[in-house]
Design a protein around this ligand. Structure first.
Ligand SMILES: [Zn+2]
Length: 328
């Protein structure tokens, strides 16, 4: 049986074996801690979390992580970091859905308390707890750099196919982390202006990790992904796991944006005045009324003239879009 089937049937734990140079432990279903055992004393290890499938229908990142897992087990990929691999929402993956009850990626940092106990709120509690456990490992505590990459695919088309969302941080962003993102050949960076309930915000805020949500392309069902489209991401991740920092950018310069405003849906009569298939990073004209609801409208004012994640069908209280300004 292939590793993806074993993962979905919850049999991966019994089937996967690693070389003696890697100490493996499962911290929960779909959560695997791998610690390198053979590193020379003088070589300082870093710490890396890679999470995928926080949204169950975003399958390409799951397939990429399975590939990396298989290479580590076969010994064809060296492990130079303390590594936590997370397959986020397994019941939703099995159902081929984004989530079963509520969006898991709005629940971190204790926000799960605002939801009734269900598949996602239970998993958010569990993931927060395993991440805390991982960061209390002596090897992880001794490491100086903590990174977290949370891989996603977008629902809609995008003017930039691959981009990273960096959580709001009062501290600066680590230059070597931004450098790695740039070398990985993604198209754009988006800097958040406020804290949120995402997994990457949680690890950044609570564990000082260099974190981001990485959108790597469009979501398709399992088996229908053309992994060649994501080969730059897979190569950059392998490079990071092996501690090489050898990938180099091949594309034109990365674009940078900052979030200026969030459009929050608060009424049933909320309306977005753009077509449903509007692409991410679409530029809108000055003065255009992009959204309205009872007693409130959002107008495009320069320089925040680009829309990200427009979606009128979110639940009340959630974000229906972000307005961005390009950084020069
Ligand atoms: Zn997602």
């Amino acid at each position: 049986m292939d590793l993806l089937t074993l993962l979905l049937e919850n049999k991966l734990e019994d089937s996967l074996h690693f070389p003696p140079t890697i100490k493996s432990s499962w911290l929960a279903e779909g959560v695997l801690q791998l610690l390198p055992q053979d590193l020379p004393q003088e070589k300082k290890t870093d710490t890396l979390i890679i999470s995928v499938g926080i949204h169950g229908n975003e399958t390409a990142p799951v397939e990429i992580l399975i590939q990396i897992l298989s290479q580590l087990a076969q010994g064809s990929l060296a492990l130079r970091h303390n590594l936590l691999l997370i397959f986020g929402n397994l019941p939703a993956m099995r159902a081929g859905q984004r989530y079963l009850d509520h969006d898991l990626n709005r629940m971190f940092g204790g926000r799960h308390h605002n939801f009734p106990l269900g598949n996602e709120s239970g998993r958010a509690i569990e993931l927060e707890s395993v991440v805390r456990q991982f960061f209390s490992e002596p090897a992880v505590m001794a490491s100086t750099r903590h990174r977290h990459l949370d891989l996603h695919t977008a629902i809609r088309g995008s003017c930039h196919e691959q981009f990273a969302l960096l959580p709001y941080q009062s501290r600066g962003y680590a230059a070597d982390f931004l450098q790695w993102l740039e070398e990985s050949d993604i198209d754009a960076l988006v800097f958040h202006n406020s804290a949120g309930g995402t997994f990457s915000n949680f690890t950044s805020e609570h564990f000082n990790a260099d974190s981001c949500t990485l959108e790597i392309g469009k979501a398709r069902p399992f088996g229908q992904n053309d992994l060649a489209r994501f080969s730059n991401i897979a190569a950059a991740l392998q490079d990071l796991v092996a501690g090489l920092f050898s990938v180099k950018r091949n594309k034109m310069a990365l674009k940078r944006y900052r979030v200026v405003d969030a459009i929050i849906k608060q009424h049933d009569n909320f309306k977005l005045n753009i077509p449903e298939d509007t692409k991410n990073f679409t530029e809108l004209p000055e003065g255009f009324e992009i959204a309205c609801q009872q007693n409130q409208t959002w107008k495009i004012t320069s320089p925040a003239n680009l829309i990200l994640f427009p979606n009128a069908r979110v639940a009340i209280g959630l974000r229906a879009g972000l307005l961005l300004a390009q950084l020069t």
